[in-house]
Design a protein around this ligand. Sequence first.
Ligand code: SF4
Length: 453
Amino acid sequence: MEHPAYLSTTNACKLCKPLGACLAFRGIEGAVPMLHGSQGCATYMRRYIISHFREPMDIASSSLGEKHAVYGGGPNLKQGLQNVMTKFGAKVIGIATTCLTETIGDDVPMIVREFRREMRDSGLGELPTLVTVSTPSYSGTHTEGFHAAVRATVEQVSTRENSTRMLNLLPGFLSPADLRYLKEIMDDFRYPSVILPDFSMTLDGPALTDYEKVPRGGTAVEDIRRMGGAAATCEFGRTLPLNETAGQFLQESFGVRLHRMGIPMGIRETDIFFDLLEELSGAGRPDKYALERGRLVDAYVDGHKYLFGKRAIVYGEEDLVVGLTSFLAEVGVVPVLCASGGRSGRFKSAVEQVVAGILPQAPEVHEGMDFYRIEQLALELSPDLLIGNSKGYSLARKLGIPLIRTGFPVHDRFGAQRILHVGYRGTQSLLDRTVNALIEANQNHSPVGYAYM
Ligand code: SF4
């Protein structure tokens, strides 16, 4: 299908790259994310993150103005680092660049080296761990920023350790509920693991009497250090670049065997993850998960009459769309369009891999999409439902079809941080929500009312 080459982006189907980096840094124990850029960037990202997770989210900023765009932002960054150390008592500061500082060419690793030297010379005590990552938002998405921050953390913190019976689990950008479930699975397999990052507490914590400037939880720096000695790494993401990820770094630098797989969504992709855990642990899967899987198969059968032949448009982060497409194909829904703002160049082949053997024909797949183009295509494709973040709401409303909210951001519903996407349990939840949304749409559109056949 030919479409005009639009010159502008209208409502991008992606978010800002350093936003993803800030989220990843939020999953490290004692960490404060910091932007080297203007204050507006930090304000926009905090607003976005708080609205989705409904948790406080501090993002420090080197707070550059016009003058610094001309003369460089080094002094501001150093002053900002000192302020974060004093005011937050941070154990880790994750520094991400922004469009402005990438454009003026500030050499952040060099500025941080100078800062370390100056602090050491002045004898002002121990410095926190400082991690820097380059995240120009004009080239990339929030997901790429997230993965870049994870890679930078591992590169700058992990060391060569004696080999130990441990799995490095690099899940990518999932929900706090997903991370809690993954930890539960690892505990049930009784296999030691480090999940990086882990914001299951820092972005979905309990109510506290006193406000904590740096929330509890997150992956401990000591554990990140030990990742160089792990027995294996498991990294979720079929569209990830082959040589730029944390898992790849650990394999090349420390010989930690890398297992790359899709986000475990749907039965086939989840089975791959569980097969790996069985292989590593040398144990069968706990009964609890065999039962979860069995109930899910039963629910697939029960839900088939509602879902078979329905047409879906799936959009959002590339790997999440791949996982959702895998799930939809399994349950009989026809994904007619898979769309993402990312431009990995691997999106189409990843979608084709997960639907192979299930669908007679792979769905239409588009990278670099905005919501303007998704809408143009949607008008031609006549979908029955949308699956993606809340940015698709206006389109769903215009088409009069349900939107199943997944991923990030979800600003117009409550409990986004508790949406479970992964594993048999997450798939069960997605299935129930999808079937119920279609039943509700039938009821809403029926002129005579729709109760039960
Ligand atoms: S897109 Fe660039 S300028 Fe805009 S908030 Fe992100 S980093 Fe800042």
